[in-house]
Design a binder for this molecule. Sequence first.
Ligand SMILES: Cc1cc2nc3c(=O)[nH]c(=O)nc-3n(C[C@H](O)[C@H](O)[C@H](O)COP(=O)(O)O)c2cc1C
Length: 195
Amino acid sequence: MPSDPRLLFISGSARAGSFNRQLAQLGAKIADANGLMATFADLGDYPMPLYNGDDETGNNVPENARKLLAVMAAHSGIFIASPEYNASISPLLKNSIDWVSRVRDDGNAGLEVYKTRVFAIGAASPGGTGGMRGLVAVRNVLEMGLNALVLPDQVLLARAKNAFDEHGHLNDKDAQDRFKAVIVKLARAARLLHG
Ligand SMILES: Cc1cc2nc3c(=O)[nH]c(=O)nc-3n(C[C@H](O)[C@H](O)[C@H](O)COP(=O)(O)O)c2cc1C
């Protein structure tokens, strides 16, 4: 594990024009501008079938679950931008999280990666609540389901259609500063945990 924290920014939506992708990409940009090593990951680049226990005989998980796990393992802090679907987590994000948790190549590698990274979560929504209700589900999956450490701070972006300028920055500079503060805290927490 490198001594400098490496931050991974994941979008829980692979939709063309996704607001959550824009949020995750902005996070990576802010981290980079503040001297932090940052990577953006699009779950659309790691397609996996909808989880069915019948597909998982022995150690049989999709190769993309192993690839996504490897990317997560190469970072010590992970920010996830998750769309709110009917007050809950997106199927894409849940399915990806579930498959990664099933990787057993190296002991319990799939479960270990959640226990040993620091997470921060956020959401962007065209509605007025900024995807806040969906994050309750995301937090529950990570904390209760996977024993992950998730920062209490959350990034909420309401009325996302008009939130970004032509450079992908937030029109609301205070909101962008708050996002930066969460990223800096994530880096600090990742450094503390990983030395
Ligand atoms: C099935 C479905 C359910 C949705 N439920 C909510 C919701 O509960 N709250 C909300 O703010 N937006 C809801 N939306 C709207 C999404 O926030 C919107 O489609 C958003 O753009 C998705 O994120 P993305 O832009 O990153 O793809 C829902 C959309 C879909 C397709």
